[in-house]
Design a protein around this ligand. Structure first.
Ligand code: GAR
Length: 200
């Protein structure tokens, strides 16, 4: 029986390097059980939208307002989306939203959860906090998303060394190149494969 690849939406807010890693992994065959069909951004000037357009992926800008989550749901429904990937999506989703997609929303976070995670820990702030605390090892985590920020079941983690001369920027770059861009596409394939198996 031939089964269509799992329909994936990637939610973004900024530069979209993790989205790029997913698109590249799709091209190189690392991701074969899923296909990115839609990119949603809450920020109309996100560079991620340019990356999506360059790859020929449909984009939607949904700005934060009172109907924010309902508008996202309508957009996902109209595209038949089966798996949501939060890749640098800087919005917290409500319980009503997350319970609608149990085990079907994943997120990449730039630390080894449970360190430096939860409300207020996003983007460069995570690396600032890690340097301030003086940790010698940090990394990235891919996890399922529930109503607790960064609180869902862990899917994958990868450790990265902190260097003495690191700035938040140099550390962020190393965590991305050595961890996020590797574990996120692998996790997308793993979950897509599991969802495909479940359809058989
Ligand atoms: C990434 O480091 C991602 O892990 C982080 O923001 C960056 C987005 O970069 N996400 C969070 O902090 C979410 N809590 P990108 O737009 O280039 O993928």
């Amino acid at each position: 029986m031939l089964i269509d690849p799992v329909k994936i939406a990637v939610l973004v807010s900024g530069s979209g390097t993790n989205l790029q890693a997913i698109l590249d992994a799709q091209k190189s065959g690392i991701i074969k059980n899923g296909r990115v069909c839609l990119v949603i951004s809450n920020n109309r000037s996100a560079y991620a939208l340019k990356r999506a357009a360059a790859a020929g992926v449909e984009c939607a800008v949904i700005e934060k307002n009172a109907e924010f989550e309902q508008n996202i749901i309508s957009c996902l429904d109209s595209h038949g989306i089966e798996l949501l990937v939060l890749a640098g999506f800087m919005c917290i989703l409500s319980r009503d939203f997350t319970t609608r997609y149990p085990d079907r929303i994943i997120n990449v976070h730039p630390s080894l959860i449970p360190s430096f995670c939860g409300k207020g820990y996003y983007g460069l702030h995570v690396h600032e906090a890690a340097l301030e605390r003086g940790v010698k090892i940090t990394g990235a985590t891919v996890h399922f998303v529930n109503e607790i920020p960064d609180g869902g079941r862990i899917i994958a983690q990868k450790a990265v060394r902190v260097h003495v001369k690191d700035t938040p920027q140099t550390l962020q770059k190393r965590v991305m190149t050595q961890a996020e861009w590797i574990i996120l596409p692998r996790a997308v394939e793993q979950i897509s494969k599991e969802l495909t198996e479940a359809k058989k």
